[in-house]
Ligand binder design. Sequence first.
Ligand SMILES: Cc1cc2nc3c(=O)[nH]c(=O)nc-3n(C[C@H](O)[C@H](O)[C@H](O)COP(=O)(O)OP(=O)(O)OC[C@H]3O[C@@H](n4cnc5c(N)ncnc54)[C@H](O)[C@@H]3O)c2cc1C
Length: 446
Amino acid sequence: MEFEVTVARKTDVLVVGGGCAGLAAAICAARHGAKVLLAEAGSCLGGMGTAGLVGPFMTCYDPAGERQVIKGIYDEFVRRMAARKGAIPPEDCHAGDSYCGYRIPGHDHCASFSAESFKAVAEDLCEEAGVELLYGALFLRAVMNEAGDIITGAVFATKMGLIQIDARQVIDCTGDGDVAAASGAPFLYGDDAGLTQPSSLFFTIRGVDKAKLEKLRTETGRSESIFFQKEIMQEMEEGRYHVPRNKVAIYECPDGTFRVNMSRVQMHNGLDPFEVTRATVAARRQIPEIMDLLRRIVPGCEQIELVQTASVLGQRETRRIEGDFVLTGEDLRHSRHFEDDVFIAGNSIDMHGGNSVNYQPAKGAAYGVPYRILLPAKVKNLLVAGRAASMDREALAAIRVMPPVFAMGQAAGTAAAMCIAENTEPAQVDIGTLRDLLRADDVVLE
Ligand SMILES: Cc1cc2nc3c(=O)[nH]c(=O)nc-3n(C[C@H](O)[C@H](O)[C@H](O)COP(=O)(O)OP(=O)(O)OC[C@H]3O[C@@H](n4cnc5c(N)ncnc54)[C@H](O)[C@@H]3O)c2cc1C
């Protein structure tokens, strides 16, 4: 049965998905002169950073923690949030402090923020740039040209039925590569056996006695004393704790509440809505057990209360497009740079699996992230920014965090606006001009 589809808008650039990548892409494309529509399935911007309650913003500094290397729209965003007391800027968050989850390697200069401030700043910046927002619009289908290599429109499920948005350039920021997959671009999913990193449902708590918690750190002289790894392993062995994550992971927010990243569920297919629903319910059911554990074993957490659980399960990994170029963990480890770098980063490889994390702290100089990871094969007028860009699992485990994702969005949005102005395709964009525009917009490239 064919459903009736109404063409609701024609736009230059259609951005699908309003997480960090999507909002950055939309704002930057609009600032560079394109008419932009940003379509989002939910009812707020920010994706994982808001509906997912994920935070803090991971580091935007080089591996030595000496130089801020991710700036541009990310930096502007954090400073707008900080001005309304919704964020602690990166220079004021230090390795080992509560804002960085008491973590040291790879965690210098994270930035703590509140999800509510994120939502408000994102909507303000979109409005100021002239981005048209469309909430409650779930992307379903790509409308292709006859040759099947150009997207002419996208169909969304809405309360008004199916609507179509026609566009000249499309940027897939769904995190899951939904548009890329629907338009026939090749993609990969998980490891060789199709297994992905586990998922977690964030929640926030109040009532942490920080002084008591930090006394322990001072007494032992070890930041890791706050992770209670040995105690949790023992609780697991003795059958008192069943959540498959063996470390305390709590991060202070600007308002004194803490986010908790300790639930963990493994899915086979993070795109199957029935499985995602079951996993979300299972993760939410872990929360009382985690709260109980914290109250029992962590000094300073005896009186904690639950504030909120995330409304969306945090999936670390689903689809990755298979572009002509694939950024690898090796590229990051060797601090490689490319002629088409659109930003540089110093984020560590943070690979979750089983009940633990394989964390490889970034070392040496910052590495480059090239424009080509945003280009899917086969579809000529599509860019993919964020979690689904073209990279192997190790590179994904590093640059899936929010500051690099903002930077990917900035590059994609700027390139899409160039395509509109010059009537060209993303793969034909002049890299020198793109890099000049990014540099002028405060992006660090060297
Ligand atoms: C458990 C966990 C812990 C993490 N910890 C940190 C951390 O401490 N610090 C950090 O910086 N990063 C962290 N990250 C990583 C980071 O939060 C995400 O990788 C990043 O935010 C992804 O951004 P995105 O814009 O690519 O996707 P998302 O934030 O997922 O945004 C995608 C948006 O697209 C929308 N969407 C999806 N499909 C459709 C569709 N078909 N139609 C319309 N809209 C659609 C979604 O509703 C969403 O708003 C963590 C991630 C997870 C899962």
